[in-house]
Every structure is written in C-alpha cells, then in structure tokens.
Design a protein around this ligand. Structure first.
Ligand SMILES: CC#C[C@H]1NC(N)=Nc2cc3[nH]c(NC)nc3cc21
Ligand SMILES: [Zn+2]
Length: 384
C-alpha cells in the first residue's frame, strides 16, 4: 500500500511525499524507465547513487519475456532485479497498442495485430508474433504477480489522432475496464493482503470536456492515485501544457498525480507548475544512448567535431560521476568508437540531470519560489 502526504504548495505546484513498502519517495519525482526490469546500462547501485527512489517497468515486456509467473516464482520484481527501491508497472495497455501495431505479423503482411473486444485485447507479440490476450483482470493479475508497489489500470489507448467519436467510445470502455481493474485488484488484495496501489488513468485526447468527464468518473472510484495518459503523442508542447494545466488540478487533490510518458525538462517544469507529482519518460536514457546530453546551458550532441579536443566536462555545473571523471573529448571518442562506456557515462549524466532538476524543483516549491525557478532554468537552457 502507499500513503501520500502534501507537504507544501506554491500556486498549483505541490511538494509531497509518497510512502511505499520500498521506501519514501519525495515528490515531484522523475521515474527512470526500466522497461525489461533494468534501466538500460545501469546497475541498481548506480540508481541508488543517483538518488532514484522509484523506477518504471513494463508489464507487456515482462509478461512476454521472461514471463510474470517466472518472476513471481523467483521472488517477484524487487528480488528479481535486486532493486531495493519502489517499482511502478504500466499495465500493458499502451504497449499493446503501440508495440502491437509494429509487430512481426504486420511487417510480414500478417493479420491485424491488435483485436479489441469488451472482454479484452488480443495481440501478437512483437518478439515472435505469438498470440496473446490481456484483459483488465489479467493485467491486474500479472502486475500483482510481478509485485510492483504501484500498478496501472488496463486502458484502451486510442491512436494519437483519433477523432472525438473514437475517443468517446474508447473512454467509455476504459472506464468500464477501470471498474473491472478495481474489482480484480480488491479481490487479490483481500485474498493476499494489501500489497500494491492501483492508479486509474484519465484520457480524452485534446478534448477538454472528455478529459473532464474521464477524470470525474475515475475519481469517483476512490483509487490510491491517478494518471493522465495520452499526452506527448504528437500535440505541440503548448497544447500539452495547456491541457495538463487544465486537467491536473481536476484530479483529486489528496492523491498522487502521475503524467505518463512525459517528458522533456521543459515539460517536467510545466507539469510541476500544473500540480503533477510523478513523471516517467524514456527521453533521458534513450537520448543518452544516442549521444545527446542535457546540460545547464541546453542540449549537447557529443558526437559533434567541436568537442574533439574539448577538455571540459559535459556540463561544468554538473556534479555527476561522468562530469567529475571524463572530458567531452573522451566522451566523444567513446561514442564515436561505439564503446559501451559511452552509453553508461551518458546515461549516468542525463539521469543525474533529470533527478537533480526534480530535487531543485522540490526545494523551490518548499521555498515558495517555483515560478522564478522555472523561468530561470528555461532561460539558461536556451542560453546557447
Ligand atoms: C492514451 C493513453 C495512455 C496511457 N496508458 C497507459 N497504460 N500507459 C501509457 C504510457 C505512456 N507513455 C507515453 N509516452 C508519451 N504516453 C503514455 C500514455 C499511457
Ligand atoms: Zn554530469
């Protein structure tokens, strides 16, 4: 189970604390993405040294490989990945629709990859094209078996540019599925004892009235936490920020608010200003592996020839291991040479950037100066 406390507010921004069975999480918090039960290139002790308190793993991937029953038999996720902190698992809803579409079947001209029915979703594995079925009940069962501290509802995720009619039908089904998720969660928790917290997900695309209805219907189920899903799927940053600024304050004030899959450092500050408490995004880790580094003066593409003889650290204002140990010249060399250390050093730096940004934001909220803090960081990132 989890307990959420609101410690301070600065306009709509909130400073909170999320107590879980695997530690206390200071919010606003950024969750590194560890899709297949690993944050790519990092060891658990790296994550601890970075101050990460909670990581995200994906039900879709772990269900397909190595299998949730195997992970359960091996002591569940925390033991399996030797991670003492907290874990949040996404339900597979989003991945089935996003990965299923690009699965093996379609590339080989196979049959439709994702079949949606009221009962649940039939999809083909992106690994080997094998057929699988996930329902609200099954997604909860799998996540309980995995043993995360926070589990997500199984939702239908409309195509990014679906029209209003599609969103309305999809929202109604997602709400019916949320009721089924809650029942399945309550049954397992009654049988096995309280173990994890179920978060609902409110969608609705860019339709403000549909978003409001989804939030209201999800909030009526009195769940431990709530997420906004379906942002950062192609809309402009301004459209997302306006939408989140409208939606986040409508989520229950005393529950944790999670903005799924977001985002850039600018998005995080916009989300915090709107009252969001939790974020996850592949951006810092994925871009690190592609040689893009976030610094206090904007982004740096390490492969650029201008860094070939640059003896400065990636970010002179950064205290991370990579910036204390390596020069830009060396980081560029590693990246050009395809060395594994390039992936680790860049990932350590980018996650330190994201996690220290959140720590600085938490302090700014405590001191009632978040708006000035946000303006100062945005200006600095545009400096170059
Ligand atoms: C529509 C919808 C929805 C949400 N539903 C679930 N279960 N997971 C998500 C994961 C996401 N990652 C990103 N990245 C931009 N957006 C997401 C949205 C969702
Ligand atoms: Zn650094």
């Amino acid at each position: 189970m989890i307990r959420f406390q609101l410690l301070a507010e600065d306009a709509a921004a909130r400073r909170g604390r999320l107590e879980t069975a695997h530690g206390t999480i200071e919010t606003p918090v950024f969750m590194p993405v560890g899709t297949a039960a690993t944050v790519k290139t990092l060891e658990p002790r790296d994550l601890q040294a970075l101050g990460a308190g909670i990581v995200l793993a994906n039900t879709y991937h772990l269900y397909l490989r190595p299998g949730h029953e195997r992970i359960q038999r091996l002591g569940r996720l925390h033991r399996f990945m030797s991670w003492p902190g907290a874990v949040l698992t996404d339900s597979g809803g989003f991945q089935v629709f996003s990965l299923g579409e690009k699965g093996a079947g379609r590339e080989r001209g196979g049959p439709g990859l994702v079949e949606i029915a009221e009962e649940g979703v039939t999809f083909r594995s992106h690994l080997d094209g094998s057929r699988h079925f996930l329902s609200p009940e099954r997604a909860i069962e799998v996540q309980e078996a995995l043993g995360a501290d926070v589990i997500m509802a199984f939702d239908e995720c409309p195509p990014a540019l679906a029209d209003r009619a599609y969103h309305e039908l999809s929202l109604a089904r997602t709400q019916r599925w949320l009721v089924r998720c809650r029942e399945a969660w309550r049954e397992i928790e009654a049988r096995e004892g309280p173990r994890c917290a179920l978060f609902g997900i409110a969608q609705g695309g860019l339709f403000g009235d549909l978003r409001a209805r989804a939030i209201e219907e999800a909030a009526a189920l009195d769940l431990p936490g709530y997420a906004l899903g379906g942002y950062a799927v192609g809309e402009t940053p301004a459209e997302m920020w306006d939408g989140v600024a409208r939606d986040a304050p409508r989520l229950p004030r005393e529950k944790p608010r999670y903005l799924m899959g977001v985002g850039t450092p600018e998005d995080l500050l916009a989300g915090i200003a709107a009252g969001v408490d939790l974020f996850d995004c592949v951006l810092p880790t994925r871009t690190a592996r592609n040689g893009l580094l976030f610094t206090s003066r904007g982004k740096l593409v390490i492969r650029n020839a201008r860094y070939a003889d640059d003896e400065r650290p990636a970010d002179p204002e950064c205290g991370c291991y990579a910036c204390r140990t390596f020069t830009r010249a060396y980081l560029r060399h590693l990246f050009k040479a395809g060395e594994i250390l390039a992936l680790r050093a860049n990932t350590l730096h980018n996650l330190h950037f994201y996690l220290s940004l959140m720590a600085d934001a938490r302090r700014a909220i405590e001191e009632g100066r978040f708006a000035a803090f946000r303006a100062e960081r945005l200006a600095a990132w545009r400096a170059d």
